[in-house]
Design a protein around this ligand. Structure first.
Ligand code: IPM
Ligand code: MG
Length: 369
């Protein structure tokens, strides 16, 4: 029997609690079937925490996050909290977790599962078999750069400003994650910036080029401007293996890439920190779909991205590759059986969150029998 693993669950707002409830059933299933036990605690974040405690995330929750072996995050935000002002946004919860736990490498895979090849708005022959990984820097750039603010100019106008900045260290450590991943996949990295316009973009390109020559010459490296990358992702997405890019470009390109796969409701992500001297590595796992306020509370959300985020958690935090695969295979089996939530084009025959959860558990039973 292995030691208990400490899991912090933060469902958040909107569809977060609904899809997390189904994912907890998967966790309980694993608890029952496997030689591993999770110590689970759950807490409020985002709008839910603002309502209950007046802040998007409390210091106590931050401490629990630091103590956890892994964090499973739902989603935050919604129209209810839109007017509270910049310093009381639900989104502060996820941004503070990324920043204070130094979760700098956001892994966003975009894979097209065979049963879903027709769910994409792109032609099947363009997306079939797609398997790309976006490595998005997630503690730097314009998300956190200073100075930032709104100031009043001598002529009475106002001026809003943010700062994009990257240090050598910040670029190298996220690029390393990309190169290491590429070695286990297709061995190709595309580094994405705007070196033709931004000083920090040119610096990014030079820094990645130098690191590559020093440590990763065995990996094929190419460079691409972010606008061209957006176009290439739609034109021929299978040309990519690993994309490494900044916080803001990664935010944009990962939303774009997700729709190649048919639905935002399918894609998980992992956000990893550095391996510490103790061997511990902070890590947070979340679906990339967000809180989807338009469908929240209706029981129709697709729980698969949250479940697949848990699979990534098993893989990256606990080295439980086999168990991660089991969940991924169960998801593929459920989709192959024709079951669809609304986001997957289920139309009139679409099933709800709970039914998708039931089907996933049945598929796990079958696969593990
Ligand atoms: C994401 C989201 C977040 C981001 C928001 C909720 C702050 O869009 O994880 O991609 O911009 O990083
Ligand atoms: Mg985003």
């Amino acid at each position: 029997m292995q030691a208990n693993k400490k899991l912090l669950i933060l469902p958040g707002d909107g569809i977060g609690p609904e899809v997390m409830a189904e994912t907890r059933r998967v966790i309980e299933w694993m608890d029952r079937r496997r030689m591993v036990t999770f110590d689970i605690s759950e807490d409020l974040v985002g709008g839910a925490a603002i309502d209950a405690r007046g802040t998007p995330i409390t210091d106590a929750t931050m401490q629990a996050a630091r103590d956890a072996d892994a964090i499973l995050f739902g989603s935050v935000g919604g129209p209810k909290w839109d007017k509270l002002g910049f310093d009381l946004r639900p989104e502060i919860a996820i941004l503070r977790l990324r920043k204070e736990l130094d979760l700098f490498a956001n892994l966003r895979p975009a894979t097209v599962l065979d049963p879903l090849v027709d769910a994409s708005t792109l032609k099947p022959e363009v997306v079939r078999g797609l398997d790309l990984m976006i490595v998005r820097e997630s503690t730097g750039g314009v998300y956190f750069g200073t100075p930032r603010g709104v100031e009043t100019l001598p002529d009475g106008q106002q001026r809003g400003f943010d700062t994009e900045s990257y240090t050598t260290h910040e670029i190298e450590r996220v690029a390393r994650v990309g190169f290491e991943l590429a070695r286990k996949r297709g061995n190709r990295v595309t580094s994405v910036e705007k070196a033709n316009v931004m000083q920090s973009g040119l610096f990014w390109r030079q820094t990645v080029t130098a690191l590559h020559a020093r440590e990763y010459a065995d990996v094929a490296l190419s460079h691409m401007y972010a606008d061209n990358c957006a176009m290439q992702l739609v034109r021929n997405p299978r040309q990519f293996d690993v994309i490494v890019t900044s916080n803001i470009f990664g935010d944009l390109l990962s939303d774009l890439a997700s729709m190649l796969t048919g639905s935002l409701g399918m894609l998980p992500s992992a956000t990893l920190g550095a391996v510490q001297p103790s061997g511990k590595r902070h890590a947070l796992y979340e679906p990339i779909h967000g809180s989807a306020p338009d469908i929240a509370g209706k029981g129709v959300a697709n729980p698969l991205a949250q479940m697949l985020s848990f699979a990534m958690l098993l893989r990256y935090s606990f080295d439980m590759e086999e168990d991660a695969r089991l969940i991924e295979r169960a998801a593929t089996a459920v989709l192959a059986s024709g079951l669809r939530t609304g986001d997957l084009g289920g139309g009139a025959g679409a099933v709800g969150t709970r039914a998708m959860g039931d089907a996933l558990l049945r598929a796990l039973d079958t696969l593990a029998a």
